[in-house]
Design a protein around this ligand. Sequence first.
Ligand SMILES: Nc1nc2c(ncn2[C@@H]2O[C@H](COP(=O)(O)OP(=O)(O)OP(=O)(O)O)[C@@H](O)[C@H]2O)c(=O)[nH]1
Length: 583
Amino acid sequence: MSDDPIFSLIHSLGDTLDGLDVALCAFDENDCTLAWNRTFFKFFPEHEGHVYVGEPYHANLRRFYTERLDAQELPNIDRYIAAGVERHRAQTRPYSFEHRGLRVHVSSLPIAGVGRVRVWRAEAVQSPQEQEKLEKVGDVNIHEPGYPRSPMVESTELFDRIPDGLMICGEDQRIQWVNEPFMQMYSLVDRAAATGLSFEDIYRGAWAADGPGDMAPFYEGLTILHEHMRFAGAPFEVPLPRNRWSRVIAKQGLDGTVFYAHVDITEFKRQQRRLAQAERSARDSEAQLREKSILLEATLENMDQGVAKISATGIVELCNRRALELLDLPVELMASKPSLVNVLAYLRARGEFDGASQEIQDMLLNSDGGVDQQQVYDRPRPDGRILEVQTVPIKGGGALRTFTDVTQRKQAEHRIRHVAEHDGLTGLLNRSAFLQTLQAAVPDARRQGQGFAVLYVDLDGFKPINDRFGHAVGDQLLAWVARQLAQAARENDVVARLGGDEFALLQRGVSDRDSALRLGERLVQAIAQPTEIESHFIQIGASVGIVMSSADATNAEELLRKADSAMYLAKASGRGCVRIYGA
Ligand SMILES: Nc1nc2c(ncn2[C@@H]2O[C@H](COP(=O)(O)OP(=O)(O)OP(=O)(O)O)[C@@H](O)[C@H]2O)c(=O)[nH]1
């Protein structure tokens, strides 16, 4: 049988795999043992001295399981053997298992005309003692007498089916043989051409074949080669073109032959790089975060806005310097992380909320600080300042409260509004503000079931006063008329200067014409009083037109227009009198 070239090849393969520390056992088509190598006994010492050609695989498996199973599992041994035989016949993919402190990877190749060849590769997971025991087995001379030496390998199909690159070198470090994956890895087209070259030649060739590009990794790889190729020692890694990497593992044979496995670790390197990158960016973002929080703290302390954070349990966890200033809160109180209820009680005792509306007081004093949605209100302080207090809910509970001193803004707004709504000369409401007030009075009166009257007042003979005494005197007379009107009106009524020498008065809470007429008469009399301005005794008259809200008009402009036309009737009737629209 050993004359058969196939069996010579299997023996030769066994020898070669010994060199790479890979175990081999071949079986015929009836699952009977045909051949094995020394490494097989290294991984499975229980077979040493028992294996024989023609032994059925199930007998081999029984030894294996007897060695491996504990007392509890032993009753299942027949089932395990049957499953093992089944797996052996059908195995298409490599798998791993642990045996005697080793993690063993097994791969099974069907070979036409022979049966199956199983090969095992192992990595240690065992204790140092067991490792030492294994080393001793590994030291056995695989070429001892009685162990068949292989003839030169003619067929290399089996080596070409191993995923890793294989390179066999002689003592002179010159290549004797390489497999197909090796050729692919180093861009070799002709296997024969590699014979006699050094690995460095192959390495240079691989980079040359890739064409011009970044050659820095090539020079780095050359340095690595020079360091490691001198001795067949520890595994090393070399960069290949196109960001690929190879790990080279050497195993010295006893006759000077060196077996090299070249494993493509590109993916592994890529993962390593990604991991390093992820670690770097995690470190960077941690530093950024630290910087941000320092910045945030500085901002909080120096900002012009008071900020307080209230926890979900109603504790004031944070309160910046400006908040302490704006609310006159003592540092010690806030440093003790008090509850909001306590802080509010402190403020109330000091009269903080005395000027606030009932609504704000109710809202504040019954609150634990939590809000469902953003809330804004203005809080007048005892010292006259106005704080805008804004509360926003925090995701997950609690709230953030900001305090802004809006005193100046509010004063400016008030000034602007006053200028926009009032007549500069008399201080009365101007025409547009009066119209707005009047428009608002329509539904108010309807709701309250009360009417109102609009009185339109136009001075009689004002122009001659201007002409005779000058515009400045005219101005002062207009201001005096405004005061007369304001005095004649009640608190609820509204007096306005519509423009020139025209005034208007909204008389609230009247439904009968007589009341309105009486007020009209009073206005005429009040204006007809003589007055002294800049040493001039001046007397002026006024005509008054009235419209009652009971008239159809619901529109302020229309009401005013009707009062105006009633005033013209008064002028037409000889001035100094009162007329009602529609009477
Ligand atoms: N001093 C002063 N005069 C003003 C002001 N605005 C308007 N006038 C003047 O007021 C006068 C109003 O005109 P008229 O209503 O015809 O004057 P009148 O003499 O009262 O006329 P009758 O209403 O028909 O009696 C004009 O001469 C305007 O120049 C103001 O702000 N100050």
